[in-house]
Structures are given as C-alpha cells and as structure tokens.
Design a protein around this ligand. Structure first.
Ligand SMILES: [Zn+2]
Length: 278
C-alpha cells in the first residue's frame, strides 16, 4: 500500500498567513469563526446566532452596576478546610490553587451599587473558584446580603453560575440550602424583592435553593439549568430526554423561569423590574 504514501518529505505551504494565537474563537453553536476583540465588545455573544458564551463574573458588574458606584461587601470571608477533608487531593491544596488561579477567596462576591441610580445589592458567582461551588462561606455571604438588603430595604440580585454544592465541606455545604432558603423566606415575607439570574451553567444545590427562589427568575439564552446532569437522569429513568432538555428555553416553556433576557438588555430589564415592583 505504497501508493498513498507522501513522496516529498516536507510539503511547503506557499503564502501561508499566520494567525496570531488567541485572536479567534469558534462559535460552539454555529461554527462561525469570531474575532475575539469583537466578541469581547459584543459581551461574548455570537453576532451570527446569538449564542451566549460564558462570561467572566467581573464583566457582569461592569455591565449592570452604574460606573463608580460599586462597593464590595463581606470581603473578609474566606473558605478553609475545617473538616480536614482529603480525597484524591486535599481540600487545602484545592483551596490554595483556587486562591492563586482566581485571586479570590470564594465563589461569590457581593457589591452594593446602583442600577440607573436605584440602590441594589448584587452577588455574582465566580465559576473559576472550584466550579462556582456552594460551601459555607458562600452561604454566609448570601445570608448577610439578604439581611443587609432587608435592613436597607433595597432589592437583592444574584447572578448564578455553579456546579453545585461543595462536597469537600460535606453536610455543611448542604446545610447552606436550608440556611439561605429560610433567610429568603423571611425577606420575602417582609416585602423584599429578590431577582435571580441563571447563567450557563446553574446546577445542583444552587438550582435547589436560591437559583429557583427568586421573586423574578431570569435566565440567559441557552443556559444549562438543572439539578442532576442529563446523563444521570437518562440512566436513572432509562429513557431518552427531549430535545433542549434543561436549557433556558425548555424551562421557560415549562414555567420554571419568568423570562429569558439577552445580555445587552439585562441592565434595562432589571431596572424595569425594580422600578415596577420595588
Ligand atoms: Zn454563533
């Protein structure tokens, strides 16, 4: 089978244009090649098909909160390995890596700021910190944010992006569901307004608690939202899952969320909701 062997040792490509590394990105939905600086300008949304790429949490702050008004809250909270947990890797090492990689102390940050001059408290989850997982520090931060919103009588917004509970904190991580949910119930009884925004992906314990407890629940287009992953569900029920299962559009149709909002309209939509309901 010599006939398809390469005869020349080196094939020279003429006029090959060099493409600088990191300047292009292929759209996962429509396969168009996108120029990264342009993609950044369009809030990481594909201009051909409206696919919403995952966006770094800092950019949500710039997008939503009025310039120069944001003030960081509860920044002294920091995760530790209180159970001395160690599996394939020690939780201490994982935390150390996460601090270095993200420069942050946990998977959520809270800010007080304005949306078109209206005061709000907003939390935004950082997926770079152990997959945006929910541990005791996150629970405490959200709890304090709810109390602060209640005291100051201003709306609370949380931008969710999470792989679920942080199992390295065992049952303590699961207890955050109850802690946050009961605080939100009190907040709601006293007339507080809480808006949750579900972004890709919002799964596990976050979906099972504050993700789905918003007075208004918004979602970005095409976001994966669910409790268990589709593979696990498929194995458990032994049936094929419907098309678009666990995506924002499917959840909207089934009544789990109130509205799908594209990134460019997010700030305006939040302002409208707060203006009407608060
Ligand atoms: Zn696209």
């Amino acid at each position: 089978m010599d006939w398809f062997k390469r005869k020349d040792k080196k094939i020279k490509e003429k006029n090959k244009k060099s493409i600088p590394d990191g300047l292009w990105q292929k759209c996962s939905s429509c396969n168009e090649i996108l120029f990264k600086p342009e993609l950044d300008k369009s809030l990481s949304v594909c201009r051909h098909c409206n696919y919403h790429f995952r966006m770094h949490y800092r950019r949500y702050l710039d997008l939503i909160i009025d310039e120069g008004t944001s003030e960081r809250l509860f920044s002294s909270l920091k995760s530790t390995n209180f159970l001395n947990f160690s599996a394939n890797r020690g939780y201490d090492d994982q935390l150390k890596d996460a601090y270095l990689k993200s420069g942050k102390t946990d998977s959520i940050e809270f800010y007080r700021g304005n949306i078109n001059n209206k005061s709000i408290i907003m939390g935004v989850m950082n997926f770079d910190f152990i997959g945006g997982s929910m541990g005791s520090v996150l629970g405490e931060a959200i709890s304090r944010a709810i109390v602060k919103s209640r005291d100051e009588k201003i709306p609370l917004i949380i931008i969710c992006k999470s792989g679920g509970a942080r199992m390295q904190e065992g049952a303590i991580s699961l207890m955050q569901l109850a802690k946050i949910s009961s605080q939100l119930a009190k907040f709601s009884n006293e007339g507080g307004l809480y808006i949750s925004i579900l972004t890709d992906p919002t799964t596990g314990g976050v979906t099972a608690s504050y993700g789905m407890l918003g007075d208004i629940i918004l979602a970005e287009p095409g976001a994966l939202i669910g409790f268990a992953g589709p593979r696990v569900i498929k194995q458990t029920i032994g049936q094929d899952l419907p098309e678009g299962f666990q995506r924002s559009e499917f959840l909207l149709e089934k009544g789990f969320i109130d509205q799908i909002v594209t990134r460019d309209r997010l700030k305006d939509r939040l302002y409208q909701i707060i203006d009407i309901l608060n």
